[in-house]
Ligand binder design. Sequence first.
Ligand SMILES: *[C@@H]1O[C@H](CO)[C@@H](O)[C@H](O)[C@H]1NC(C)=O
Ligand SMILES: *[C@@H]1O[C@H](CO)[C@@H](O)[C@H](O)[C@H]1NC(C)=O
Ligand SMILES: *[C@@H]1O[C@H](CO)[C@@H](O)[C@H](O)[C@H]1NC(C)=O
Length: 400
Amino acid sequence: MKSQLTIYAALLLFILTFTQFNVITFAIDLTDDNSYKISHNKRQSAQSDLFKVVVNCNTYAVKNNCSKIKDAFITAGREISKVLTLNPEEPIYVYVIYKKLDRIKTLARTTPGILMPLISEDKKTRLYPQALVKQFPLEYHSKYTKYDIVSKVNTDINWWFKGDGQIKPNQYDLVLVALHELINGLGFKSSWTSKAESYSYEATGLTPIWYYYDYHWSYKFAGFFETIFDRSIYFLSKNTKAKSYYYVSKLNSTKPFTRTRELIASKEWVNAKYILEEATTINSIVFEPLKHTEVKGPIYLETSLKPFVEGVNIINLSQIYKNSADFLMTYPFIKGYTLESIVKNGKYKSPIGPKTIAILESMGYSTPKHPYPTLPSFVFSYKYLNNDPYVGSSDYYWLN
Ligand SMILES: *[C@@H]1O[C@H](CO)[C@@H](O)[C@H](O)[C@H]1NC(C)=O
Ligand SMILES: *[C@@H]1O[C@H](CO)[C@@H](O)[C@H](O)[C@H]1NC(C)=O
Ligand SMILES: *[C@@H]1O[C@H](CO)[C@@H](O)[C@H](O)[C@H]1NC(C)=O
């Protein structure tokens, strides 16, 4: 019996070795055939530190914690560099502010540095986050601001840092949250917002963000815009399916307004109401990745929370993906587990799931599998140049 087992074991070992050998030869063949892959792999290995992190630590924090916060964001940035092929000439600058956030439950809040209008391949103008614009070989672009991503991390949360020992059930791994936030900062963010009204829980409608521009010392309305994330968003009502852009145009036909009160009183507001309804009805907003990505079929976005919660509805993935490789972008954040242990237990290839990667690829990020996304082109207009889109009368949403 014993000797029989040994034979089987030896045979198994032989098969394993053989298979492994085969895999290695195959990989070598592949890179030889496609020389661009070699340069791409080089780009990949050169980019472990393409995220440059600066932490603003105020009186709330002890010095020791500041370096731990920085490390968490750097670790998160490295995970992104493993799945995206970022431009090695343009590092992504991240500014992290460790402070008390007004809303107790908010773990962190992130905004892309600046949004720039570019023309997508379907000839429509959309807003691209600065971090994404940096990936394109554009001859001209609007002026970059110093930071591509600004994240605020709440001091009131019981954070777990690497080296702290066993994570406690009520602790959050900052690397997990930092990774989610950086992906928002890369532009995983819809333009549909409740900010036209004062409080998101009292909102009667949603609008995309819009520009005002300064004209002879008075502000002029310069139209609604969607973000590049929204290009692939569809609203599904009972028997229709419409693109986000369709509703952006509908709202755009509002007479130019200078106060949100006028907008809310207009007949176009019915569209804003409809979008709010969709944003708070389960399974009614999907992201359809572009054809060149690995994911076929719709990706459901978070629309189950009612009333609408700014920063959660639409811009998180649906909770149906909580126990899948795409757990990272779902609501709410997982606590009591480290990012590393979740990935290990789920046997995931990366903490960033295939659906999340397909969304980033659809927006125009390059990956080892799909290195050459279609490029947008620069749009010149004095109206938008060096002007950030405003929401209502304040620049709160995108700059704060
Ligand atoms: C700093 O970190 C330690 C544990 O690493 C924690 O107990 C303490 O509350 C933190 N302090 C602040 C102000 O964040
Ligand atoms: C909205 O209006 C602005 C300004 O006229 C225009 O540039 C933009 O393309 C319009 N967007 C849509 C979706 O119609
Ligand atoms: C998703 O929900 C969490 C709350 O768990 C929120 O803090 C986060 O900012 C949301 N995600 C996005 C995409 O903003």
